[in-house]
Design a protein around this ligand. Structure first.
Ligand SMILES: [Zn+2]
Length: 333
C-alpha cells in the first residue's frame, strides 16, 4: 500500500465554494468555504487561486505534498468544454490559475453531482457498492452516476441527467425546453406545485397550512409539515413524487443497474415521509434482477462534493491510478 497522501477537493457551488484536504484513507483534515463570486478574468481567477493556496498552506501543507487537486463544478463538462449556467466563471482560466498557484500540472475537473456520488460511494452511505446513483433532491433534481467504479459522463456530458427523464408525456413544462421531466414532479418545486394543484382540486384545509408561504415555489418543508398534520393534499403530493421517482429510478436500473441508490439534498431530510412509498414504487416497476437494489439516504451532506473531488483527483493521478481499483481490498481502508 502506498504512503498517506493529501488531496485537495474543491466544490464550486452556485452560492458557496467549499474546499477541503482529504487523505488517501478518506480522512478530512480541514475544510473551509467562501461565497461564490464571478471569476470572469485573470485577475479574479488569480485572486481565487491564491485564496485556495493560502488555505492549503495555512493547514501546514506545502503544494509539493499534495497528491492532486480535484474541482467539482455545477454543470456539464464534455470534451474540454463547459456548460455551467448557474455560475459566471472562465473555467479554463480558473484551472490554469489553480494549476500555477498549487504547482500541479492538472486540475481534475468533474461535474458536482458525479463528485457527490463518488464521495458518497467512497466515504458515505455507498458502503461497498461498485455502482451507485446519487439523486440530489433540492429545488431541482440532480444526479451523479458511477458504474463499475468509473464516473459516467457519456458522449455529450449528459449521462445521468435523471432529472430530465420524461415521466409524463406532454406534462409540466421544464426549463430544458421539454415537457414532463422528472424534476418538475420530484423536487421541492415539484412537490409544492402538486400540493397546490391538489388544493385547487378541492382538498383545501387552510387551518392545517397556515405557515405556508404563498410566494414560495420551493418551500417543501411546509408540505412536510402539512403531511405531518394529516393534510390530504400533502399526502397526495408526496405519494405522487414517490411514484414518479420510483418509476424513473426503475428505468435507470434497467440501463445502469446500480447496487445502491442514494438520496441527497434538502428534500432527503424529509425522506422518512416518502422513502417507503418510493421503495415500493421502485419495486413495482423494476426488473426482477434489480429488486435487491437498495434505496437509502446519503450521509456526507454538504461535504460529499469535497470528498468526491478529492477522490476524483486521486483516481486521475497517474502515480496512484494503479491503486484506484475499487476492488482493491486495502485501498481506502
Ligand atoms: Zn427537463
Amino acid at each position: 500500500m502506498e504512503d498517506r497522501k493529501l488531496y485537495l477537493g474543491i466544490d464550486y457551488g452556485g452560492n458557496a465554494v467549499k474546499a477541503g484536504l482529504v487523505d488517501t484513507y478518506g480522512q478530512l483534515s480541514g475544510k473551509t468555504s467562501w461565497p461564490t463570486v464571478d471569476l470572469l478574468d485573470k485577475v479574479a481567477c488569480r485572486a481565487f487561486a491564491s485564496q485556495v493556496s493560502e488555505f492549503v498552506h495555512g493547514m501546514g501543507v506545502y503544494s509539493s505534498e499534495l497528491g492532486g487537486v480535484g474541482l467539482a463544478v455545477p454543470g456539464i463538462l464534455a470534451q474540454g468544454s463547459f456548460f455551467v449556467p448557474n455560475v459566471r466563471a472562465d473555467w479554463p482560466m480558473l484551472q490554469k490559475c489553480l494549476s500555477q498557484a498549487l504547482s500541479k500540472p492538472e486540475i481534475s475537473t468533474i461535474n458536482d453531482a458525479n463528485a457527490a456520488a463518488l464521495g458518497e460511494m467512497w466515504m458515505g452511505a455507498g458502503g461497498n457498492a461498485h455502482s451507485a446513483l446519487l439523486v440530489t433532491l433540492g429545488s431541482g433534481l440532480g444526479a451523479g452516476l458511477i458504474v463499475d467504479g468509473a464516473v459516467v459522463t457519456g458522449g455529450h456530458g449528459a449521462a445521468g441527467e435523471v432529472g430530465h427523464m420524461t415521466v409524463v408525456p406532454h406534462g409540466r413544462p421544464c426549463k430544458c425546453g421539454r415537457e414532463g421531466c422528472l424534476e418538475r414532479y420530484a423536487s421541492a418545486r415539484g412537490i409544492v406545485q402538486t400540493f397546490r394543484e391538489a388544493g385547487e382540486a378541492g382538498y383545501l384545509d387552510a387551518s392545517l397550512f397556515s405557515e405556508f408561504d404563498p410566494e414560495s415555489d420551493t418551500d417543501a418543508l411546509a408540505v412536510f409539515r402539512a403531511f405531518e398534520a394529516g393534510d390530504p393534499r400533502a399526502k397526495r403530493a408526496l405519494a405522487d413524487m414517490a411514484d414518479k421517482l420510483g418509476f424513473a429510478l426503475a428505468q435507470v436500473a434497467c440501463v445502469a443497474d446500480p447496487d445502491v441508490i442514494l438520496l441527497g439534498g434538502g428534500i432527503a431530510a424529509g425522506a422518512a415521509h416518502f422513502i417507503d412509498d418510493l421503495r415500493e414504487a421502485f419495486h413495482s416497476y423494476c426488473l426482477e434482477s434489480c429488486a435487491s437494489t437498495e434505496i437509502r439516504t446519503a450521509s456526507l451532506e454538504s461535504d460529499a462534493g469535497i470528498f468526491g473531488a478529492a477522490r476524483y483527483a486521486m483516481m486521475s493521478s497517474p502515480r496512484d491510478s494503479a491503486q484506484r481499483d475499487w476492488l482493491d481490498p486495502d485501498f481506502g481502508l
